[in-house]
Design a protein around this ligand. Structure first.
Ligand code: ZN
Length: 355
């Protein structure tokens, strides 16, 4: 298994869940009845902030084709033409809106006919090549669907169903209140206007895909072979991205305040640092609030830890101090930003002689 898909995704959206599988080999499964370290004094979670999950076989097929389109030429011979359409589409597509449109269509459904009709209402602002890429992928899903539904689909559904009911419904149901209460409190998030639904898929492709449909916000989570608590960490991680991305305009969340105060910071370093904060925090909240024995993903996966290594002191110092109520949010923000690499000075303009 490779990480190429993860590497190509935008850094703020990448969750290297390919690593989950590797980490799963060295970690015991955590029991559902992990000891609770419920925190005191948190406000009750508004019901719209609760995060649900659903199975969606259209997004599973889309993910399956995407996965095959990155593998060897004949990885999925029975879907050869659909996989080729995905490869061609990825060549054509210039805008992330292409993949977003296809993912949104699969999530919104509600059936294969409705998904197929997406291509009749593409925005005029989308370039012809991007429109063609959407048509190729949607066309591939529509043509592959009958076969998938008849052959591999039921097996995929059984595997997903097991993880979904055991982890995403049962285990998450036991721990989401304490995790989300702390998440909202510490990041000073405002509740969103619509709820979030998570969709598991088996294979690891473009990761942490999220978006918004008329029904609400969503995120797609690869779950194969990961132990329970890693899936819980991954869920919390992706939920953090979605809450951050769709904060109401009035929000003064900690992440918004960090971005506002980080004018002096190198933008690429800021991106890595922000993503690292979401990653580190998700693992740490699972460890602090669900199971003290839990080893967060960055502790068991060096490819995940490496990009965060320059910032670990920021998380383990100021952010942990803030989680423990030893620092205020502002102190934690200032402490973390002080340790970041400053932006390079603006390059001199070649078109300004004498200046
Ligand atoms: Zn992420």
């Amino acid at each position: 298994m490779g990480y190429d898909g993860a590497m190509k995704s935008s850094p703020s959206k990448v969750f290297p869940a390919a690593l989950l599988a590797a980490a799963a080999l060295v970690l015991p499964m955590s029991p559902v009845s992990a000891p609770a370290h419920a925190q005191a004094g948190g406000k009750p979670l508004p019901s719209i902030a609760r995060v649900g999950s659903e199975l969606n076989m259209f997004i599973e097929l889309h993910n399956h084709l995407l996965f095959a389109s990155r593998a060897d030429e004949d990885a999925l011979p029975e879907y050869r033409s659909a996989v080729k359409a995905y490869r061609d589409a990825k060549e054509l597509a210039k805008d992330p809106a292409v993949m977003q449109t296809v993912t949104d269509a699969c999530i919104a459904g509600p059936d294969i006919t409705a998904i197929g009709s997406t291509v009749t209402r593409l925005p005029a602002t989308m370039s012809p090549a991007d429109q063609e890429a959407v048509r190729k992928m949607i066309g591939a899903i529509v043509s592959a669907w009958p076969r998938f539904e008849r052959t591999e689909g039921p097996e995929h559904r059984r595997s997903l169903q097991t993880i979904w009911s055991r982890v995403m419904l049962k285990h998450w149901g036991l721990v989401q209140d304490r995790l989300l209460t702390k998440l909202y409190e510490k990041f000073a998030f405002l509740p969103l206007d619509k709820s979030i639904t998570l969709y598991p898929v088996l294979e690891t492709t473009e990761l942490g895909v999220s978006g918004s449909t008329a029904q609400g916000y969503y995120a797609v989570i690869p779950v194969m072979k990961a132990p329970n608590l890693m899936i819980i960490e991954e869920m919390l991680h992706e939920v953090t991205h979605v809450i951050d991305q769709y904060q109401p305009p009035a929000s003064q969340s900690v992440l918004i305040r960090i971005r506002r105060r980080a004018g002096h910071v190198d933008p690429q370093a800021l991106n890595s640092f922000m993503h690292g904060l979401i990653t580190w925090n998700a693992g740490e909240l699972v460890r602090r609030l669900v199971s003290a024995d839990y080893k967060p993903l960055i502790d068991v996966s060096s490819p995940m830890r490496e990009p965060l290594a320059p910032y670990l002191a920021n998380y383990e110092g100021p952010w942990a101090g803030y989680l423990e109520d030893k620092l205020t949010a502002d102190q934690a923000i200032d402490g973390m930003l002080a340790g970041l690499k400053p932006a390079p000075p603006p390059a001199a303009s070649p078109a300004a002689p004498g200046s």
